[in-house]
Design a protein around this ligand. Structure first.
Ligand code: IPD
Ligand code: CA
Length: 266
């Protein structure tokens, strides 16, 4: 079985196990703080257990870095690291807002640039996005690409939850110059929509995102032709670990990227 097929099957099983749970009383059960620092909800725990049980069942030689469970060694001889945000967009999932996903990535070394395989499954629809390094990005098996034209409406996703006044100042010209700002609440799925050509820019400069929120969406957006830079306008890179926080700007094409970068007050 190829690595990408392992991630796809794990993700499909998560969809089966949580599709009727979102928005229910049962979904919100409190399991205390997970490794990533947020409260683990029952829906997060069910989803993570699904992935871990499957990887154990097929004896996949890996280490897992999960948002709730932290680091779990599944083999003494790991081929690499599975980076798992079994539910990205947990708030949406708990409240029943249909925008949350399962985000799984595989990396050969503990850094973003070593991610070789990625799967993001929209857990409301079952739509599955995947990418393998150097082989492009796909939605339900069909190749996808970022938007390369100037869109009729330029959609800018901007994460402002808990943002500081100094960060608002840096991005203010973008806010002022955008007529269509969105924040949908699941970073990995927002990057998948950018990969698919539905979103043109996605910015999160809050220094709050974790590697688990980012790893799969990063590869899918890049393989679909997108640009992803850090807050210093350098190609995004991060080592794995919950002490590392990520800020980034993703853009669908060079013209839009240059336009947005020109507006940033860094
Ligand atoms: C969250 C989502 C959300 C972002 C938060 C993340 P989670 O992931 O990606 O869009 O604003 O910072 O924590 O907690 O639902 O896995
Ligand atoms: Ca999560």
């Amino acid at each position: 079985m190829e690595i990408i097929e392992v991630l796809q099957e794990a993700s499909r099983l998560v969809y089966e196990n949580v599709k009727n749970l979102a928005g229910t009383e049962e979904a919100m059960g409190d399991f205390g703080r997970g490794a990533g620092g947020d409260i683990s909800r029952n829906i997060d725990i069910v989803a993570e257990k699904t992935v871990l049980d499957y990887l154990r069942k097929i004896q996949f030689d890996c280490e897992v870095l999960g948002e709730e469970c932290g680091k779990v060694e599944l083999s003494k001889n790991p081929k690499g690291i599975v980076v798992m945000d079994a539910i990205d967009g947990s708030t949406n999932a708990v409240r029943g807002i249909p925008f949350f996903c399962c985000s799984l990535a595989f990396a050969t070394e503990a850094k973003l640039s070593s991610v070789t395989d990625a799967v993001v499954t929209d857990l409301s629809t079952g739509d599955m996005y995947h990418a393998v390094k150097g082989k492009g990005a796909f939605m339900n098996g069909k190749k996808i690409h970022v938007n390369i034209k100037e869109p009729v409406y330029r959609i800018v996703c901007l994460n402002t939850s808990g943002i500081s006044p100094s960060t608002i100042k840096k991005i203010y010209p973008i806010i002022e110059g955008s007529n269509h700002i969105r924040h949908l609440g699941a970073n990995a799925l927002e990057l998948a929509l950018l990969a698919r050509g539905l979103i043109d820019v996605h910015i999160d400069f809050r220094d709050k995102l974790r590697i688990t929120d980012m790893a799969a969406g990063y590869l899918i957006a890049k393989e679909a032709g997108g640009y992803i830079l850090d807050q210093n306008k350098e190609p995004l890179e991060s080592e794995f670990g919950f002490d590392k926080k990520i800020s980034f700007i993703a853009a669908s094409n060079k013209k839009i990227l240059d336009d947005i970068l020109g507006k940033l007050q860094l």
